[in-house]
Design a binder for this molecule. Structure first.
Ligand code: GLU
Length: 447
């Protein structure tokens, strides 16, 4: 069977970095197996779901290069849920309940007070048809619970957590449908996973107890459950799921100049035993992806690490990848000269301005100006050639006896207006002969 994974966000907000990590892992898991990665929009909650969030989710996935091989929307699948639900009603695996939130709360408190686990007592199972009829007569609509089979221990071999075992007697029968007919997340999700041929459900460990109940839903619906894997959650550097982390979305990363390659390289490896490396090639992340390397400890997300990784990735990006992001006229040679100095691609424009000028002449002492006058004469008299910087500095070293910083720094200052920057050997050919000469002469002129 083709490995099929899905990413199933609810469009009630924008994706945060933790959601994106889950999406990436599902994509990697599918691609590693030559399988399919599906997007499922979990929009059963019409009041809270928004179309602009759906658009934003698609845009974020596209930005990160996680193109789905198919998309489904739960709001378009209510007929299917009705049909499957009717089967569960017929087989007695869902049942009608009427307790209010306050009544349930009271029951829970009583149990906890007696030192017992707060499991729903299944009181509604004892209702007769006459009782139901009376409720209907009184205008009370039921909500529905899924009847767990308490004789069947729930077991699965989790792709991250290993052997899992739950006693269904320790779990409340989950509510699957509200009194107004609307769906809670668990049952539609299981129905869809079956209908969409999902073979692997990889999600956060906050879903482990849902999985326990859903294991039985798959069986009740007549299907083999998919393989399940629950990854440890993402936490901030302070070690907890911070507000900041929960709010951190793709828009913020994009604005900060974080490249999708950097975010993917970090999120692919965070929380695994594999090192975080500046891997710009997506296929390399696919090839090395393995659930076996996932740890049980929370994965720590560190913004500083992301920015370091981003710089390392930018230094590798080929011209073709970045060309449309660069200022007009900036070509491949300029990109390659400038890229080692960048933390973000956006900074390329600043260095390109150093090439195109005008640059502010530095304020220099008499000695430095005299040296630059010599440099201007030397440059004027020399063949430009393929390696003008080497030719110029070689000649100046001979003529002046200068070396190291004394030889190079005044030239850099005169030619770029700065004390540091890209390799001058690469920069000088970009500046060009006439402009270089003019800059040297200007810097050499008396103050
Ligand atoms: N819509 C669910 C959520 O956002 C999906 C969980 C799942 O992957 O099954 O939590």
């Amino acid at each position: 069977m083709t490995v099929t994974t899905r990413f199933a966000p609810s469009p009630t907000g924008t994706l945060h970095v933790g959601n994106i990590r889950t999406a990436l892992h599902n994509w990697l898991l599918a691609k590693k197996a030559g399988g399919r990665f599906l997007l499922r929009i979990d929009d059963t909650d019409a009041a809270r779901s928004r179309e602009d969030y759906v658009e934003a989710i698609r845009a974020d996935l596209a930005w990160l290069g996680l193109a789905p091989d198919g998309e489904e929307r739960q709001s378009a699948r209510f007929d299917l849920y009705e049909r499957e639900f009717a089967r569960l009603v017929a087989s007695g695996r869902v049942y009608r309940c009427y307790e209010s939130a306050q009544e349930l709360d009271l029951k829970r408190k009583v149990l906890l007070g007696r030192g017992l686990p707060p499991i729903y007592d299944r009181a509604a199972l004892a209702l007769s048809e006459a009782d139901h009829a009376a409720k209907a007569e009184a205008g009370e609509a039921p909500h529905w619970r899924f009847l767990l089979d308490r004789d069947q221990p729930i077991e699965w071999n989790d792709g991250v957590r290993g052997a899992q075992r739950f006693d269904p007697a320790q779990i409340s029968d989950p509510v699957v449908r509200r009194a107004d007919g609307s769906w809670l997340y668990m049952l539609p999700s299981a129905i869809d996973d079956i209908a969409m041929g999902v073979t692997d459900v990889l999600r956060g460990e906050d879903h482990v107890s849902n999985t326990a109940a859903q294991m039985q839903m798959f069986s009740a619906l007549g299907a083999e459950p998919p393989r399940f894997a629950h990854e440890a959650l993402l936490v901030g550097t302070e070690g907890k799921l911070s507000k900041r982390l929960g709010a951190m979305g793709m828009a913020e990363f994009r604005e900060a100049g974080v490249e999708p390659e950097a975010l993917a390289a970090l999120l692919a490896r965070l929380g695994t035993s594999q090192p975080v490396e500046p891997i710009a090639e997506r296929q390399a992340l696919v090839d090395s992806f393995s659930l076996d390397s996932f740890g049980r400890a929370p994965a720590r997300f560190d913004e500083a690490e992301l920015h370091r990784l981003n710089a390392q990735i930018v230094h590798q990006l080929p011209f073709a990848r970045v060309a449309r992001l660069l200022p007009g006229g900036m070509g491949e040679a300029a990109w390659e000269a400038i890229r080692p100095n960048l933390a973000h691609i956006g900074e390329a424009a600043d260095w390109w301005r150093v090439v195109t000028g005008p640059v502010a002449p530095p304020s220099l002492d008499d000695e430095a100006r005299a040296y630059l006058a010599t440099a201007a004469e030397t440059l004027a008299g020399q063949e430009w050639g393929d390696v003008p910087w080497q030719t110029l500095t070689g000649a100046l070293k001979q003529a002046t006896g200068r070396k190291g910083k004394a030889l190079f720094l005044p030239l850099r200052q005169a030619l770029t207006g700065m004390d540091h920057g890209p390799d001058m050997a690469a920069l000088l050919p970009l500046i060009g002969r006439d402009e270089a000469l003019a800059r040297l002469q200007r810097a050499a002129a008396p103050a």
